[in-house]
Design a protein around this ligand. Structure first.
Ligand code: 6R9
Length: 649
């Protein structure tokens, strides 16, 4: 890790929303008097009925309850669209860049967005969706994904987006998990020149459904698809039958806005619930300050709307701020490794936000792909999803930013709704690899992992937790408040526990060191090892499986699976391939193991608990420091595993 610092230029700081002194002052106010601070900043959005209470939070295990602005009412879609119409009707709200660079980009104005969302909202109503109902969105990165999210928000329905790369099984589980009334999908999704048959996946996911889940289908490619009579509807046909005028529903600040499933250390993914008022205030405020967004700027977040980053920084944050937000259907390497930079040049992008894994992959392709484009409109560069290694940070800074663009390394989670630890580009001197300092109102603490004691010295290393709430915090796990409490508030009493480890340096800067639980981070996407294990053991030839992460040059972490076969099954390369494909089919391509090692036995304690610490070390090719193995039931299995390890790099 490098401790070289990069202060913001005087020029940048002078034009920024806050400079260093401004940050220090605002941060202090936000901590000294959170009620007054958030009462003020809560006004950045339009309320139908203004709130009188600001904050009502209890972090005590057993009584956890989080409410912000609770007696206010609002409509999120009206905040993202209607309130801008007076001044921005003809401004572009969404620039859509298609997968194929030869197809036309779209520029959707706020007026057009208003009309499309109104129509989609009326279509949802005509299909029987009302306030509080759940709608699953399984769409590629097309404008209709934005319309669908905002249409739900407009009528008070709760959306649950399922990333279009997830398998029918994963989709089906999410549809059932929230008793969705409707799924919104497309015929086929083109991405990177390849096609994913989304509607077919929906049909498969709903094969055994007995609740008559309806499906609204967007025609993206015109491919032939199988139709479920009486249950399936074309978006373009239904849109013609309704008016574009749909008055926004008045919602309580604490009414759910969306559910988003995310992986945890145990069991199946959980439905993270975000509510309306606090989430929107927080998404909008972080979007403005973290990226130093100014009116007229073109903002591009390369995430997919299937992840929280897409929710907060493609849709809700930017649109609440009346921004122009770019939505990209494709991938960074299609048609070649210059696509990101071609799009930046073409649409004169000012703020660009992506994941370290993409930076590492592009860095390996050579600088020509970058330097052939005019990137002079870029002002701020951001990263999210995983720690960024200084080498990638430096390349991003020098080759993409030409040393002129502050880099904001934003640490946050699906659970946090928006950035918690991040530089502000006009205020914070950055250090490659550090997410730096907390956002306004955020109080990070470093705890001793074993005792849970807060380390009060500035220099500290331990687990990262939060002392108090912020408006964008998740409120519960859908249908399982106990799981919410036990996941985040049980181990370290009185704190929200992030699941990440971290170090705090002498300047009070935070360096995230990665997950301390059984979650691995593959290309910036969270994957529970338990999920991959349960997919593997669902295969008829697998007796037992243990999954861990290992360092991977591009992906950050790769998936390493130890598999014990049923007696009599042959451990062949063909079977290895079959199991990889099986996991891909069960969960999706992101869950596919990179390495599978045959394990005649797994290292277990005498009580039968798998010792993952040892498996992690072997997968990391760091078997010289296995630590204490004396509690193992059969220490000899370890030698066998080391002998046949798959990662010798
Ligand atoms: C927004 C998002 C959350 C986990 C988080 C941490 C890792 C995210 C990071 C980072 C280091 C950063 N993470 N940003 N680690 N530096 N700037 O990614 O949400 O998918 O829920 O993942 O990602 O481990 O706990 P999510």
């Amino acid at each position: 890790m490098s401790d070289k610092t990069y202060p913001p230029s005087a020029d940048f700081a002078a034009k920024a929303h806050v400079d260093a002194a401004g940050y220090a002052e605002m941060y202090k106010t936000s901590i000294d008097n959170p009620e007054a601070f958030w009462a003020e900043h809560g006004k950045r959005i339009d309320w139908i009925k203004p709130f009188s209470k600001v904050k009502d939070v209890n972090f005590n295990f057993g009584e956890v309850s989080i409410k912000w602005f609770e007696d206010g009412t609002l409509n999120v879609a009206a905040n993202c669209i209607d309130r801008h119409l007076e001044t921005r009707a003809d401004q572009t709200a969404i620039i859509w860049e298609p997968d194929d660079p030869n197809d036309d980009a779209l520029h959707i104005t706020y007026r057009e967005l208003h009309e499309q969302v109104g129509r989609m909202a009326n279509v949802l109503k005509s299909l029987g969706v009302g306030k509080g109902d759940r709608v699953v969105i399984y769409l590629p990165m097309i404008p209709e994904a934005a319309y669908a999210m905002l249409a739900c928000a407009r009528i008070g329905a709760i959306h649950s987006i399922v990333f279009a790369g997830f398998s029918p099984d994963a989709l089906g589980a999410r549809v059932n998990g929230c008793d969705a009334k409707l799924v919104i999908t497309a015929d086929t999704a083109p991405r990177g020149g390849r096609q994913t048959k989304l509607k077919d996946n929906v049909n498969q996911a709903l094969l055994h459904d007995t609740t008559d889940v309806k499906c609204l289908v967007v025609r993206r490619t015109g491919d032939q698809i199988a139709w479920r009579r009486d249950l399936d509807f074309w978006w373009h046909e239904e849109a013609e039958k309704v008016s574009a005028d749909c008055p926004p529903e008045e919602m309580g600040a604490e009414d759910p806005l969306f559910i988003l499933y995310t992986s945890g250390s145990t069991g199946q993914p959980k439905g993270v619930v975000h509510t309306s008022g606090g989430y929107l205030v927080y998404a909008a405020m972080t979007h403005q300050y973290t990226f130093d967004y100014h009116d007229g700027d073109i903002f591009w977040c390369t995430a997919d709307v299937g992840w929280v980053t897409g929710h907060s920084y493609i849709i809700y944050g930017p649109l609440a701020n009346g921004a122009t937000t770019l939505m990209f259907e494709g991938v960074p390497t299609y048609p070649d490794a210059g696509r990101f930079w071609a799009v930046c040049e073409k649409h004169k992008v000012n703020q660009f936000y992506t994941a370290p894994t993409a930076i590492r992959a592009l860095m390996g392709q050579g600088n020509d792909f970058v330097t052939r484009y005019d990137l002079s409109d870029l002002k701020v560069l951001g990263t999210v999803g995983e720690p960024i290694n200084p080498e990638a940070w430096n390349w991003y800074n020098e080759v993409v930013g030409k040393g002129n663009c502050p880099i904001v390394d934003t640490w946050w989670q699906t659970e946090t709704g928006g950035h918690l630890i991040t530089p502000l580009p006009g205020a914070t001197a950055t250090k490659p690899g550090s997410a730096t300092l907390p956002f306004f109102g955020v109080q990070p603490v470093v705890l001793e992992p074993e005792s849970g004691k807060e380390i009060t010295e500035t220099v500290a290393e331990g687990v990262l937790a939060l002392k108090d709430s912020w408006p964008g915090q998740m409120r519960t796990v859908w249908g399982d408040h106990d799981r919410f409490q036990s996941t985040y508030f049980q181990q370290y009493k009185g704190y929200y526990f992030s699941g990440d480890g971290c170090r705090r340096d002498a300047d009070g800067y935070y360096w995230i060191t990665g997950r301390v639980d059984d979650v691995i981070n593959v290309s910036g996407h969270r994957m529970g090892t338990a999920e991959v294990e349960s997919a593997l053991v669902a295969h008829a030839k697998v007796a037992e499986a243990a999954v861990v992460g290992y360092p991977h040059d591009i992906k950050g972490q790769g998936i390493y699976a130890y598999v014990t076969l049923m007696t009599g099954e042959e451990p062949t390369d063909a079977l290895r391939k079959e199991l990889s494909e099986w996991v891909r089919h069960e969960i999706g391509p992101i869950a596919k193991p990179d390495l599978i090692q045959w394990a005649p036995g797994l290292p277990k304690t005498r009580s039968g608990k798998i010792m993952r610490r040892i498996l992690r070390k072997i997968a990391e090719n760091d078997y010289g420091s296995l630590g204490d193995t004396s509690t193992l039931a059969d220490p000899s299995v370890v030698d066998e595993l080391i002998e046949n390890r798959m990662n010798r790099g």
